[in-house]
Design a protein. Structure first.
Length: 105
């Protein structure tokens, strides 16, 4: 068993969003994405991997391919490997998103 206290991964940076890896092995990883107001993650894909995101705190705009979606606390999203995903914290609050990425077999 491994235990990681999520509060330890809520680290913000004034310069850019942070990705804090909590657990990682050959097939999967668990991480937090932390955004201050106005911070953005550029759209990108994860070929050969499936991605799940769970919004723990805050709200913002998610970009999936050419579409925009408003997401908020408690939303859970799954992405196929070919989908491009990006995010912007366009609110005045901090945003923390829990992610799990798994390599497809």
């Amino acid at each position: 068993m491994e235990l990681y206290k999520g509060q330890e991964a809520k680290i913000y940076n004034d310069e850019r969003f942070t990705k804090i890896d909590m657990m990682k092995n050959a097939r999967s990883q668990a991480f937090y994405l932390n955004f201050l107001p106005g911070q953005e993650m550029k759209s990108h894909a994860h070929p050969g991997k499936e991605l799940y995101l769970h919004v723990l705190e805050g709200e913002g705009t998610l970009f999936v391919d050419e579409k925009n979606f408003s997401i908020e606390e408690n939303d859970v999203i799954r992405f196929a490997p070919e989908e491009k995903v990006g995010f912007v914290n366009d609110s005045d609050q901090q945003v923390t998103i829990y992610g799990v990425m798994t390599k497809l077999l």
